[in-house]
Design a protein around this ligand. Structure first.
Ligand code: FAD
Length: 289
């Protein structure tokens, strides 16, 4: 099918974006890499009045380190994030997850900001940003706001960004020395959207998991911090008893969706399997360090 009719503006400044978002509200869509937006237009799942192309806005580009955090501009392409030495050195979780995002052609155009703003429940980057305790910076005519990742993802493709705001950057705290990261997902084929996935960031001292953040995605309507499982893990040695307690806690933490990829019970099972594998890998990584 062909996309419905829409107006197109190539924005020359952020102020122009703010003005257009204020004017059109829900009827406007920001065009970043277009890797998700254009297919939804072609399938007529979305019929915006206007597309606001932000690709020329240099202030939304780039990746830089400073102040204990990494700034990832909304327009940083997935490929740029994948190849960034700053990401490799400071955010190994994101470096490990990025090869799972689609395929090279999509990664060459798709943007970090587009992925986070869209909040596809099966997307890898929202889960990583939440696992690392990142902050989303949005801006509009009313000013700038910083939103903690824990408050940003609200449901299926739903975020705390208002229709008159644009996501300008994501700030992610540098992974601290002595912490480890493991990213695992299950998909039908490499590059497909995941059916189940886990972003894990942990501090492990000896055999004890001092603390860990476990974020599950793809099975849920949003990336989900598994607070019960995290509590069952905190301060415990990683052994069979802890494994059973953590896996058991997921029954309350998770609320898997049944869809064409499978039923809720199967997805809960897959997330439990990933949990065991991820923590085995995290402990092995900590021992090897
Ligand atoms: C075949 C295929 C496979 C894919 N597989 C995966 C996968 O495995 N994992 C994965 O995570 N993704 C996958 N994707 C999606 C891809 O990663 C997209 O790049 C990403 O979801 C959106 O980024 P984009 O820059 O293309 O955004 P666009 O398509 O331009 O925009 C997506 C949505 O976000 C909004 N938006 C974009 N930027 C901003 C901003 N700065 N502020 C506010 N709103 C904004 C747009 O208005 C639109 O609603 C796949 C895509 C394709 C085509």
């Amino acid at each position: 099918m062909k996309a419905p009719r829409f107006s197109y503006v190539r924005a020359e400044s952020l102020e122009q974006v703010f003005e257009l978002l204020k004017q059109y509200g829900e009827d406007a869509r920001i065009l970043a890499g277009g890797q998700s937006l254009i297919p939804t237009l072609n399938m007529r799942l979305s019929q915006p009045a206007i597309l606001i192309d932000i690709n020329r806005l240099d202030m939304l580009k780039g990746i830089s380190a400073g102040d204990g955090a990494v700034r990832i501009g909304a327009l940083a392409r997935h490929a740029e994030v994948a190849e960034s030495p700053v990401i490799a050195a400071r955010l190994p979780l994101i470096a490990a997850a990025m090869p799972h995002v689609a395929h090279v052609a999509v990664r060459n155009r798709g943007t970090f900001g587009g992925s986070v703003a869209l909040a596809d429940p099966a997307a890898e980057m929202p889960a990583c940003v939440l696992a690392l305790g990142g902050t989303l910076v949005v801006a509009g005519a009313r000013g700038r706001r910083e939103i903690a990742a824990e408050d940003f993802f609200r449901g299926l493709y739903e975020t705390a960004r208002e229709p008159d705001e644009i996501l300008v950057e994501v700030r992610v705290p540098t992974e601290a020395p002595g912490t480890v990261s493991v990213f695992l997902e299950l998909a039908q084929r490499h590059g497909d959207f995941a059916i189940a996935g886990l972003a894990c960031h942990a501090r492990i001292e000896g055999d004890t998991v001092a603390d860990a953040r476990l974020v599950y995605f793809a099975s849920e309507d949003r990336p989900r911090l598994a607070k019960g499982a995290m509590a069952a893990l905190a301060g415990k040695a990683w052994n069979d008893g802890t494994r059973a307690a953590v896996i058991g806690a997921l029954t309350d933490d998770l609320d898997p969706m049944t869809n064409l990829d499978g039923g809720a019970a199967m997805k809960l099972h897959l997330q439990r399997v990933l949990t065991g594998r991820a923590l085995d890998a995290a402990v092995a990584q900590a021992r090897a360090a």
